[in-house]
Write a protein that binds this ligand. Structure first.
Ligand SMILES: NC(=O)c1ccc[n+]([C@@H]2O[C@H](COP(=O)([O-])OP(=O)(O)OC[C@H]3O[C@@H](n4cnc5c(N)ncnc54)[C@H](O)[C@@H]3O)[C@@H](O)[C@H]2O)c1
Ligand SMILES: N[C@@H](CCC=O)C(=O)O
Length: 514
């Protein structure tokens, strides 16, 4: 087995790569507007009720019409997943892992096609779409190998005349609820983690990005995954989501999304329903209010570049995005000035044009929420860049920077999930870390300093699940920087890490006496 290594990112300055992406975009554009059914037990089911997926950069352009699961169809999917679990759980881990390796190979061969769909369906600029696809491949390659490591359980001690074993067995039916912002990587990663560990799955993708999820199910089928192991049930969060979460046959829920929905799922999952004989497990990866701290002894150009890239990459729509910068007063003015200049240089426009650094936000709801926060920001700080938005063609919000914001301001505390960064001043490095920690979230953070003692101080005191030194706070890589946060950022399950698969299994001890 070749050692795991992350998928390299594409260099679009190479002519062949650029042309290949353009070809992929043309292929995706030729397929726009298609109908996509539900998939339950391998059967394609078309419903009257549809979820329409639109291009956020051309808001009337339909990416696809996706059949929408009702409660009845969700129940049917649940029965199929229950039945299929009886056989899938007995399939050898090596065989399950092979499905993941083959799926990775299929995606790698048609990589740009998936990325181009992300450009159209999620509004991802080329490099962001490519990173999303690369991460999906990484999850497949990494979790496949992780399963091979765990397949014989873990070593435990045995005394003379006894043989003890500690094995991992699957849990049962998992409900996978995924977000739209990494509509390929997170959707695929959370699904295959459940599958490779021997569970069956009901996948409810985000309603803004259901087409990429359908394409992924096709890949799994092509890779040999038996019918019924993953069932594709797009639907309304409130209707189908609640039904699946509450269902007595649901054994675990793997959710990635906002704080409020995560808390709701966690609460509902704790209720014992008729016929239920287990405590449901909940994996919940939720929001962030992530901070870059800049010390006075620091590379200030690196600091400004890191803030701008982490704040505005994919329009700030990453749970890891830098939405706050805390700068020590000695270098405050200089860094604010440089951030402002860099931000004003960013190009914003349709993501199919690779010269645009930034494109849209996902939909009208996001546009309205973000522009409301920009208005709030105008009363809470000094607007130094951006502050405008235009939804006449697509949902475009200019990259926006507020300086001199009080640490207790709303835009310093609440997750905006858009291209807005708030900057505040701290008297000392220690105070900067205190401000960074003053949030209910604890997902990512970064520190820019050349002072070794301050780095070590941050290592202990900066309370986030993913802490980065002298770089930005986005872009964790599967198997290298396992991802997940503290406090209201979720259960810190560390996707892409060595402990992740065990969350999808239960350990069984057997002890035989001789
Ligand atoms: N921590 C992480 O790893 C991580 C990664 C990506 C995104 N996020 C967070 O996700 C959020 C953005 O994603 P989003 O807007 O898709 O989040 P969201 O919470 O609105 O939706 C996430 C998923 O939950 C579903 N859902 C909504 N209501 C539901 C209900 N009552 N029951 C069951 N499912 C329901 C949605 O349809 C969607 O599939 C941000 O807060 C971001 O920080 C976190
Ligand atoms: N894992 C991604 C963030 C996922 C959430 O949006 C990163 O590290 O930037």
């Amino acid at each position: 087995m070749i050692k795991y290594k992350h998928e390299p990112l594409i260099d679009f300055s190479v002519k062949e790569n650029k042309e290949a992406y353009e070809e992929a975009l043309a292929k995706v554009e030729a397929e726009l507007g298609a109908d996509y059914p539900l998939i339950i037990g391998g059967d394609r089911i078309t419903t009257e009720d549809k979820i329409i997926s639109y291009n956020p950069a051309k808001k009337t352009e339909v990416i696809g019409s996706v059949s929408k699961a009702s409660k009845e169809l969700a129940e049917k999917a649940m029965q199929v997943a229950d039945e299929t679990f009886k056989t899938w759980k007995k399939v050898k881990p090596e065989v399950r892992a092979d499905v993941l390796f083959k799926a990775a190979a299929i995606i790698r061969r048609r990589k740009h096609e998936f990325s181009a769909l992300l450009t159209k369906e999620a509004g991802k600029p080329w490099n962001e779409a490519d990173a999303d696809t690369a991460e999906a491949i990484d999850f497949l390659e990494y979790y496949g190998r992780q399963m091979l490591e765990l397949k014989d359980g873990r070593k435990v001690e045995s005394r003379p005349n006894e043989f003890n074993r500690y094995d991992y067995i699957p849990l049962g039916i998992g409900v996978i609820i995924s977000p739209w912002n990494f509509p390929f990587a997170i959707m695929a990663g959370t699904t295959v983690a459940a599958v490779v560990t021997g569970n069956t799955v009901l996948l409810k993708p985000a309603s803004t990005t259901p087409v990429i999820a359908y394409k992924f199910i096709e890949v799994l089928e092509e890779a040999g995954l038996p019918a019924g192991v993953v069932n594709y049930v797009p639907g309304s969060g409130a209707e189908v989501g609640d039904y699946l979460v509450d269902h007595p046959k649901t054994r675990f829920i793997s959710f990635t999304g906002s704080r409020d929905v995560g808390l709701r799922i966690n609460q509902r999952a704790s209720v014992l329903n008729d016929g239920q004989i287990w405590i449901k497990r909940v994996i919940a990866e939720m929001g962030g209010k992530d901070t870059i701290v800049v010390d006075k002894e620091a590379d200030l150009e690196l600091a400004a570049q890191s803030i701008v890239k982490s704040a505005f990459g994919f329009s700030g729509q990453k749970c890891s995005a830098c939405s706050r910068a805390v700068i020590v007063e000695d270098v405050y003015d200089e860094v604010v000035e440089r951030v402002t200049k860099l931000t004003k240089e960013l190009t914003v426009g349709d993501p199919t044009d690779p010269s645009n650094f930034m494109a849209t936000v996902i939909d009208a709801n996001a546009f309205n929420k973000i522009t409301e926060y920009i208005e709030i920001g105008k009363g809470e700080g000094r607007l130094v860049a951006g502050g405008t938005a235009d939804d006449s063609v697509g949902y475009f919000v200019q990259p926006t920077v507020f300086a001199d914001v009080d640490p207790s301001a709303r835009i310093m505390k609440e997750e905006i999930f858009g291209p807005v960064v708030a900057i505040t001043k701290a008297a000392t490095f220690e105070e900067a870390i205190d401000i960074a920690n003053d949030t209910e979230y604890g997902l990512t953070g970064a520190v820019i300093t050349n002072n070794r003692l301050n780095l070590e101080y941050a290592r202990e005191e900066f309370h986030v699940g993913n802490l980065y030194f002298n770089r930005g706070c986005t872009g964790a890589i599967v198997g290298y920087q396992p991802f997940g946060g503290f406090n209201m950022s979720g259960t810190d399950s560390k996707a892409g890490g060595p402990d992740y698969l065990t969350l999808h299994m239960q350990a069984k001890t057997t002890s035989e006496a001789f």
